[in-house]
Each structure stands twice: as structure tokens, then as C-alpha cells.
Write a protein that binds this ligand. Structure first.
Ligand code: GFB
Length: 313
């Protein structure tokens, strides 16, 4: 990408899009385009066509999506499949129609089968049944991958798909019910600390294992791959290490200074037993995550304390 290239970051106010925007700015790109939801509803076909016609971006990062944690996915399956299918179909199709030079589609590690071998290689896509708590979201993301590959094959487009592992960091959603595990735990332990609660609930059995990538590392990997990766094959982005949910809860409690008990609540679902990505394709290209989990948790907690979320606690 040339320094004056026009780059559209779809979802630039979200966790991922915001981090990609910061990374591009740090690299000196000034011709960045973003639209908030009130300015442009990406589910609306005509509005997206009109936007591409006016702006004519040369590069697109497709980081706009409806996202949420295990409970949000299980509670709003229609929203997760509809919004994501519409957003990505509109953007991918208009990127083709308006000769976008390169597009990056951001997927998710939940595209892989629930019980596939660990760590999960890119080749395991569509090898088995998906995790039921997020199947509609995963199906939408798989459709996005297949759209990119189909436009490459039929029209010679350059649309690449990257699969990030579970993410966290500044700008995350800290809603107690609909967020992912790290922001939920940060807010719960913070509340527990300031109210002096004797215990804080942690959903599920605490046994599942997850891999967590700091969002600025993800943005760095996306920038790296946008410059260097041209293949139609998907590529995983992760750290190559995972942690049990109970261990994670202890680590978050330690960062925050919560001294009470952790109370597991098995009435809530565990979701997939383990999600660890095989990142050898990415490391062989020369990229590696930089932020260890404790450092990322500290940075995220600092951000949380300065955000309006802390005042809601
Ligand atoms: O982060 P999370 O919602 O995502 O949950 P998934 C991860 C694990 O943490 C699950 C447990 O085993 C949860 O039961 N957990 C413990 C909690 N306490 C909490 C809590 O207070 N809040 C939350 N949210 N979890 C999502 C998918 O699955 O991961 C999405 O539903 C997406 O589609 C995303 O792929 C990355 O890893 O289970």
C-alpha cells in the first residue's frame, strides 16, 4: 500500500477496526475512511453501493461485524447470522464492483469444528460439526471466507481471509451479559473489589481452554498480512498458547487486586472445550505476537479504569 493509498476500515469504531485504524495511522497512512453505524448501515445494500461509488477505496479491511460472547451468541442467533451475512456480502460485492485492489476479511476461530484436533490448522475448516452456542455466527463467517475465495476464483479479485483467535484489549465491550470472557471478568472483579464482595461468579465449569490475543497485536498482524499475503487460503492469527478459564479468572483477579473467592457457576455453558490455533503458517512468514497475557490484561484494565465503563460499575 502506498503512503497515500485510500483505505477503508469497516468497523473502525469497534475493538478490531479501531486497533487497525491506530496501526495504519502509526505507519503514516493518512487517507483513511471510516463510517459510524448512524452514518452508514452496512446491512443496507443500496447505501453500501452508494458509499463505494463515492469513496472508491483502494484497500478494505472488513472488520465490521456483530460480535459478542457465548451468551450473546446463544441469545441472539438471528441477529448474529443476519447482520454478519448482510454486512460482509454487501462489502465484498461492492469491493469487487468498484475494483478494490485488496480486501482483508476478518473471520474467527469459531469457524473450526467443535472437536477438531488441537492446535487447529487452517485445513480443518469444514471437517466436522460446529460448536452449537455460536453456530449461526460461525456459518456467517464461513460464508464470508467462501465469498472471498469465490470472487478470487471467478473474478481474479485479491480478497484474503484471516482467522483471529479470541481477542481482548482497549475498546472492548464490557457489558456484563453480552461481552466476551476477559472484559466480563475485568468488570466483575473491579466491581467486586470496590464493593468488597466476598465472591464473584465465573460462568461454566472453568475447565475450557482459550487462547487470547491482545488486539493491537492482531492489528499489527493484519497490517503485516495486508502487505505480504496474497493467498486465497485462510490464515490463522494467534499466540500459539492457551489457558484454562479458571486460571484466566485467577490472573484477572490478581491484576485487579480482587481478594475474594471465585465462584464457578456451571448453570452457564462452557462452549467449545478448547480453542487453540495452529499459527505455524503465520510464524513461517515472520510474524509473532508481542504482548504477553499479563501485560495485555494490565493495559486493558488501565483503559477500562479511564473509560465510562468503570463509572457504570
Ligand atoms: O469469551 P466467551 O464468551 O467466548 O467465553 P467463547 C469463553 C469461556 O469463558 C466460556 C467462560 O467457557 C465461558 O463460559 N466464562 C466465564 C465467561 N465467565 C464468563 C463471563 O462472565 N462472560 C463470558 N462471556 N464468558 C465466543 C463465541 O465463544 O468466542 C463467538 O460465542 C466468538 O462466536 C468468540 O467466536 C471469539 O470462546 O466461548
Amino acid at each position: 500500500m502506498k503512503p497515500d493509498a485510500k483505505i477503508y476500515v469497516a468497523g473502525h469504531q469497534g475493538l478490531v477496526g479501531g486497533a487497525i485504524w491506530r496501526r495504519l495511522q502509526a505507519a503514516g497512512f493518512k487517507n483513511l475512511v471510516g463510517r459510524s453505524l448512524p452514518e452508514l448501515d452496512l446491512r443496507a445494500q443500496a447505501a453500501v453501493a452508494d458509499f463505494f461509488g463515492r469513496e472508491r477505496p483502494e484497500y478494505v479491511f472488513l472488520a465490521a461485524a456483530r460480535v459478542g460472547g457465548i451468551r450473546a451468541n446463544a441469545t441472539f442467533p438471528a441477529d448474529f447470522i443476519y447482520d454478519n451475512l448482510m454486512i460482509q456480502a454487501n462489502i465484498i460485492h461492492q469491493a469487487y464492483r468498484h475494483d478494490v485492489k485488496k480486501l482483508m476479511f476478518l473471520g474467527s476461530s469459531c469457524i473450526y469444528p467443535r472437536l477438531c484436533p488441537q492446535p487447529m490448522k487452517e485445513d480443518y475448516l469444514l471437517d466436522g460439526k460446529l460448536e452449537p452456542t455460536n453456530e449461526p455466527y460461525a456459518v456467517a463467517k464461513i460464508a464470508g471466507i467462501k465469498m472471498c475465495q469465490s470472487y478470487n476464483r471467478q473474478y481474479g479479485a485479491c480478497f484474503i481471509s484471516v482467522m483471529p483467535t479470541n481477542l481482548y484489549g482497549p475498546g472492548d465491550n464490557f457489558d456484563l451479559l453480552d461481552s466476551h470472557v476477559i472484559p466480563a471478568l475485568i468488570r466483575k472483579f473491579h466491581q467486586g473489589k470496590i464493593t468488597g464482595a466476598p465472591e464473584v461468579p465465573v460462568w461454566g465449569t472453568g475447565a475450557p481452554r482459550r487462547e487470547f490475543l491482545y488486539v493491537d497485536d492482531l492489528a499489527d498482524a493484519c497490517f503485516f498480512l495486508m502487505e505480504r499475503y496474497q493467498e486465497g487460503e485462510i490464515i490463522n492469527i494467534g499466540v500459539g498458547q492457551d489457558i484454562q478459564v479458571l486460571e484466566l479468572a485467577r490472573a484477572v483477579a490478581a491484576v485487579i487486586g480482587f481478594k475474594g473467592q471465585i465462584k464457578l457457576d456451571p448453570a452457564y455453558p462452557d462452549g467449545a472445550p478448547r480453542k487453540l490455533l495452529d499459527v505455524s503458517r503465520l510464524t513461517s512468514l515472520g510474524w509473532q505476537a508481542k504482548t504477553p497475557l499479563p501485560e495485555g490484561l494490565h493495559k486493558t484494565y488501565d483503559w477500562f479504569c479511564r473509560s465510562p465503563w468503570a463509572r457504570k460499575s
